[in-house]
Design a protein around this ligand. Sequence first.
Ligand SMILES: [Zn+2]
Ligand SMILES: [Zn+2]
Length: 302
Amino acid sequence: MFWGDRAAASLRLPDGLAAAETHAHTLASDGMVTPEELVAAAAAVGLSVLAVTDHDTTGGVDRALEAGERYGVEVVRGEEVTTALPASTHLVGLFLSAPVRMGMSLEDTVDAIHDQGGLAVLPHPFMPTWFASITERRARRLAERRRIDAIELRHTAPMSARARERLDRFYADSGERVGAALGAGDSHFGIHDLGRMVTLFPGRGAADLRTAIVERTTSPWRGIVPRPPSLRLRLAQQRRALLWLPLQRRTGRVGRGAGPAQGDSPTLRSAGRVAAQTADAPTSSAPTPMASKSGTTRLTTP
Ligand SMILES: [Zn+2]
Ligand SMILES: [Zn+2]
């Protein structure tokens, strides 16, 4: 029997908690699966929530939402937004209603996500810059200026022990300024890489995930070890990421989403945001439910 004939391994979750993948790609950008295949994989693995976060487009989300209804997976409309050159750092927006424009500053991108009621996530932080990953210095600056809703504290990109220590220290130091701790797989191959690193949250559906992010009750969790994609598939994905997707960007087929709400000047806006954020920031005595109790940085293997 070929491996492909067997049912995929599925997550064995602690009682009362559900699992989400908050970072996954489809053929709408440089993923190698259709939205339907991604959702089917999420169902097979045992994820109850799946965020579709293609690069600079939400083009695959509607099909994923439809498939989600059939498979019993709640799909979250997301996007992995490429910010301005030269760093082109990635930022993930979750719970979006419309695409976010690429090529803006990190601050404007966070604003554009928040303006439509979305949550802003720092993906694969503290990786080498070619990974379009935010540096520690830039993350600190951004966290001073804007509310970040979550960070991928554990992800599947290769990371040195030292970088991981720095990331843990940064997260501990930043407290509520960088929001919830997520585990994310940055899936590009559906069943071949979904479920390796997931986010656990109390409840079941997308609304529960959103509440858990806002209340910082999520935890990264090491999941299953799927059969990896073939070399041929991996090379095809590289070509898609390095040749096809940049062409889509250059020709404007992706990346044309909305900027921050218009009306006021950028300077006034920024000043207003910091003031507004300070005003509704929770006081330091406010409890952080479960975050310390459950140890958001702890990883558990099934
Ligand atoms: Zn990325
Ligand atoms: Zn990604």
